[in-house]
Every structure is written in C-alpha cells, then in structure tokens.
Design a protein around this ligand. Structure first.
Ligand code: NAD
Ligand code: ZN
Ligand code: ZN
Length: 342
C-alpha cells in the first residue's frame, strides 16, 4: 500500500510502498477514507517538535473497519469510524475519563499517536492499537469528516472549557481562520451567543470567516488591528481569545485586547512567548494551553456534525500529492482543510 512517511526534520515526506499491515490481538485495521493535513505536520517536518521518525504521517483520520484483531468485539467490518488521535495509556485516571489527550503517563509513552510517532492515516490502511480509540461516524461520510477528529475537536475542547464566560454580552476573538479556526467559528456559532471577531493576515480567510458567521473581521497585518479590536470591545475587553496561530504577533494581540477576568487560550504552535508583567495580561486572565480533546468530546463533535451545525470546508487531493499539499499549506493557500485520499 502507498504511505506518506516522515523520515527526519528538514526532509520532504517520502511516498513509499509498504506491505498492508495485519492487526495483532486487540488491534483494529482501518481502511482510510481521508486523512486531514494539519499544520502540526509542518512543525514536525520543518522545525521538529521532538517527535522522531520514521513513521507514516496523518493524525486526523476517518475510514471503515477493515479487520478486527483477535479478541476485539462489538465492531464489524465496514463500520465507518473516526480515529481518536491522542493515544494515551488507556489505564490512568485521566485516560479512564476519556481525556487521553492529558494522559498522566504521556512522558513514558514513546508516541503521541498515529501520525505523530506511530504510523498514521496517510496510507491505504492504518493500525489502531485498541478499539477504545474509535468513534462511530453513523451516517457521516468518512471521506470528508476526517477533520472532525482534530481541526474540530481541538477548538471544541478549547471552547467547551470556556463556555461559562461566553455569555450573550461577551466577545470572543478567533485568531487564525485556517483548518482549526474555521471550525472554531462554526462551533462558537453553534454553542454560544457571544459576539465573534475573527483575525487573520489573509483577506480570503477573513471573508470565509464572515460566511461562517463571524460578526467582525480584522486583518491583523494592519498596524491598527489592536486598536480596531479595542474600539469594538471598549473597556470591557475581549472575554475569550483563542489563538490558533501561536506566533509572537498573535499572542501579543490577544494579550493586549483581553479584559480583566478573561481567558486567553494559546492553541497554535508557532513558537511565540507570552510575557507577563503586573496587570498585563490583565488581572484575572486565565491562560490556558489546551491540547487536542477527549474521546467523549469527539463524540460530541460528531453529534454536532450529524445535526448539520458544523461542516469542514475541504479540498481533496490524492495521497501522492502530499508534498504539494504541504507546500500549499505552508504558503497559506488552503481554504479550510486539505484531505488526502488514498
Ligand atoms: P492552518 O495553516 O490551516 O491555519 C493557520 C491560519 O493562521 C491561516 O489562515 C493563516 O493565514 C493564519 N495566520 C498565520 N499567521 C498569522 C498571523 N501572524 N496572524 C493572524 N493569522 C495568521 O493551520 P491549522 O492546521 O489550523 O493549525 C493551526 C495551529 O494550531 C498550528 O500551529 C498547529 O500546529 C496547531 N495545532 C495545535 C493543536 C493543539 O492541540 N494545541 C492541535 C492541532 C493544531
Ligand atoms: Zn493536528
Ligand atoms: Zn493514561
């Protein structure tokens, strides 16, 4: 089978032929329908974030069950499934609550999950180590729903934990309207009445944000961006800032527009630093660095998609074009999420 492999930092991904894997006892073989192309792959390929190769890329996956390893029950061949991405130990207290994204034993596990240390879904087939990491998709099409398991789950987790602050008189700021950000806008529209300001450096992404329900959009390349946001929110400030870039520029904007008693969540991994001085960010600000989401949150995300309230904007490409697609993502030329189809 064809697979897109990460070898080492600074080298392009390699497209190779591998034997079709066979599930060991307890494992499940999934035939991949679509694998989302996440910006985190660029951090892995270009800068290195402490994940060693080689392995097959693709950590945002959906498909159909192709074979069950010995002892796996409750599922059958052909079932459409989303693959839950952050693989924990499955046994610690936090994993037992389904939040494997915060596994207590993460330091002793040599992988972050399939496509991030273990073989992922940019291939015709993928081994999932346990059926507990599968979520049924029901009637959703597995080809175009791969982004639910990261591009939607990650913002869903960041937003759900901020819900008590997202009242009708609050303002939420979304920075970066790419794969994660365009799902964040839809999730916010589905779950909260808060006013929604979206910021990006690309006017095409901003018009996409308006189509998806952003109340105001700001091109953050403009020197006046911070002032514009401050003018919109007044002295109360932004209540919840969600930074899906994590660059110095976006962290600085978020920190300077949040009000007292607000929340600043840094999701993007672009390497910026949050500086703190007295009352800056203002007193009462909760700073969070959310990572991915829990398996039950993925079930909630899938329910939102099944009800038609959220839908990834997708561009699909054959697996063989992986490196071209990565280049388009580097150049900011993907609208919504790119999906590789084996
Ligand atoms: P993407 O490339 O699809 O989208 C990034 C968006 O940010 C683009 O629209 C781009 O125009 C915009 N942008 C870039 N620089 C900007 C700036 N200075 N100001 C404003 N907007 C800017 O990326 P994605 O797949 O949505 O991922 C976003 C980030 O989130 C990446 O760093 C990724 O690694 C990270 N991520 C984190 C988690 C987590 O659990 N913490 C999970 C998934 C992805
Ligand atoms: Zn990702
Ligand atoms: Zn665990």
């Amino acid at each position: 089978m064809k697979a897109v492999r990460f070898l080492e930092v600074g080298r392009p991904a390699e497209i190779v032929d591998l034997p079709k894997p066979t599930p060991a006892p307890g494992e499940v073989l999934v035939r991949i329908a679509g694998a989302g192309v996440c910006h985190s792959d660029l951090h892995v390929l270009d800068e290195g974030i402490g994940i060693a190769g080689p392995f097959t890329l693709g950590h945002e996956n959906a498909g159909w069950i192709a074979a069950l390893g010995e002892g796996v029950t409750g599922w059958k061949e052909g079932d459409p499934v989303a693959v839950y991405g952050p693989w924990g130990c499955g046994a610690c207290h936090t994993c037992q609550t389904s939040a494997e994204n915060y596994c207590e034993r993460h330091a002793t596990i040599p992988t972050y999950g399939g496509g991030l240390g273990s073989d992922g879904g940019m291939a015709e087939y993928m081994i999932v180590p346990s059926a507990r990491l599968l979520v049924p998709l029901g009637k959703l099409d597995p080809v175009t729903t791969a982004p639910l398991s990261d591009a939607a789950l990650t913002p869903y987790h960041a937003i759900k934990t901020a819900l008590p602050l997202l009242t009708p008189d609050a303002t939420v700021l979304v920075l970066g309207v790419g794969g994660l950000g365009h799902m964040a806008v839809q999730i916010l529209r589905a779950l909260t009445p808060a006013r929604l300001i979206a910021g990006d450096i690309d006017d095409v992404k901003l018009s996409h944000a308006r189509e998806l329900g952003a109340t105001h959009t700001i091109n953050t390349r403009e020197k006046t961006a911070t002032e514009e946001i401050r003018d919109l929110v007044g002295q109360r400030g932004v209540t919840v800032a969600l930074d899906f870039v994590g660059a110095q520029a976006t962290i600085d904007i978020a920190a300077s527009v949040v009000g007292r008693n607000s929340r600043l969540s840094i999701v993007g991994l672009a390497g910026g630093t949050l500086h703190y001085a007295a009352n800056n960010p203002p007193y009462g600000t909760q700073v969070t660095v959310p990572y991915w989401g829990s398996r039950t949150e993925l079930m909630e995300v899938i329910a939102l998609a099944q009800s038609g309230r959220i839908k990834a904007t997708v561009e699909t490409f054959p697996l063989e074009q992986a490196n071209d697609v990565y280049q388009r993502l580097r150049d900011g030329k993907i609208q919504g999420r790119a999906i590789l189809i084996p």
